[in-house]
Design a protein around this ligand. Structure first.
Ligand code: 2AM
Ligand code: CA
Ligand code: CA
Ligand code: CA
Length: 269
């Protein structure tokens, strides 16, 4: 992607995301509808839908030939990453939005022919904008994020993971995970995949591990983490596929192999 195109798209994306964030903050004062999707813990609100509709409409009005892949289905049926694809999560951390009215983000990744070019994650209530532009680094509120220290030790690390790891589950050998929990300095659970990616980029956590995320949960994050000097793969170390759900480990490269080889053991399906 040409530099001018990248800057133009980024400036557009940033403006729309900030506007959408303003609308979301206003919506907190009014009643909104909460529905469930796959199960009782899988929430969606009118605000998720309205935000995705707003972003899709803006994108299509200026870039009718670009494709949009959005969680709530207002974009296109995207089956290939050819051309320019915007991958949109209107609210990442809907449960936090509903229960906490904070700790949620808008996440937008822009890909060209499968290559991540621009990632933007907006922590709406904190008014903090993280972004990464391919080959140009990662930024937080306009300030360059320092590249990750590649001498991090696992025993000094903070690891983002959710509570499913502490109960028996069908995908993972949990005894290995318990060893990891004992080994590291601490674990954290923020409830927004996008924000956990941003925190890995920022270096305030050293890894985030999760078993099942959709493209819109990770599209922006992988770009920002990479531009900060981090790495993102599936839990088995293989590259992720932006058209599928993936298991995810995003982290400081100095502990990537050690976590995968030493502590993540998938059960045979
Ligand atoms: P969401 O809020 O956009 O649905 C919560 O641990 C994190 O996992 C959030 O980033 C959430 O995104 C994501 N997630 C992915 N699939 C989910 C599901 N089926 N139910 C709840 N959260 C899910
Ligand atoms: Ca959701
Ligand atoms: Ca999400
Ligand atoms: Ca969402």
């Amino acid at each position: 992607m040409k530099d001018e195109t990248k800057y133009e798209l980024f400036n557009q994306a940033r403006q729309w995301i900030l506007e959408a964030g303003e609308e979301i903050r206003k919506s907190l004062d009014k009643p909104y509808q909460v529905d469930t999707k796959k199960d009782r813990k899988d929430l969606v609100t009118d605000v998720d839908k309205q935000t995705e509709q707003f972003l899709t409409r803006q994108i299509k009005s200026i870039y009718p030939h670009h494709k949009v892949m959005g969680e709530e289905g207002f974009g296109d049926e995207v089956t290939s990453l050819d051309g320019v694809v915007w991958i949109v999560d209107p609210i990442d951390g809907t449960m936090n939005f509903v229960n906490q009215q904070r700790n949620f983000a808008i996440s937008v990744g822009i890909y060209e022919n499968g290559a991540g070019q621009i990632g933007v994650i907006y922590d709406v209530m904190a008014d903090v904008l993280y972004y990464g532009l391919k080959h140009e680094g990662a930024y937080k509120n306009g300030e360059r994020i320092k590249r990750l220290d590649h001498n991090r030790k696992l025993e000094d690390a903070l690891i983002g993971m959710n509570s499913f790891w502490s109960v028996p589950n069908r995908r993972l050998d949990e005894t290995k995970i318990h060893q990891l929990i004992r080994k590291v300095r601490g674990t954290r659970s923020y409830g927004s995949a996008a924000l956990e990616f941003a925190y890995v980029a920022e270096g305030i956590i050293d890894a985030y591990i999760t078993m099942r995320l959709a493209p819109w949960d990770v599209a922006a994050g992988v770009i920002i983490v990479e531009e900060a000097g981090g790495v993102t793969t599936q839990a088995n170390g293989h590259p992720i596929d932006m058209l599928q759900t993936n298991s995810i480990i995003t982290c400081n490269p100095s502990i990537h192999r050690e976590i995968i080889d030493g502590y993540i053991k998938l059960k045979p399906i």
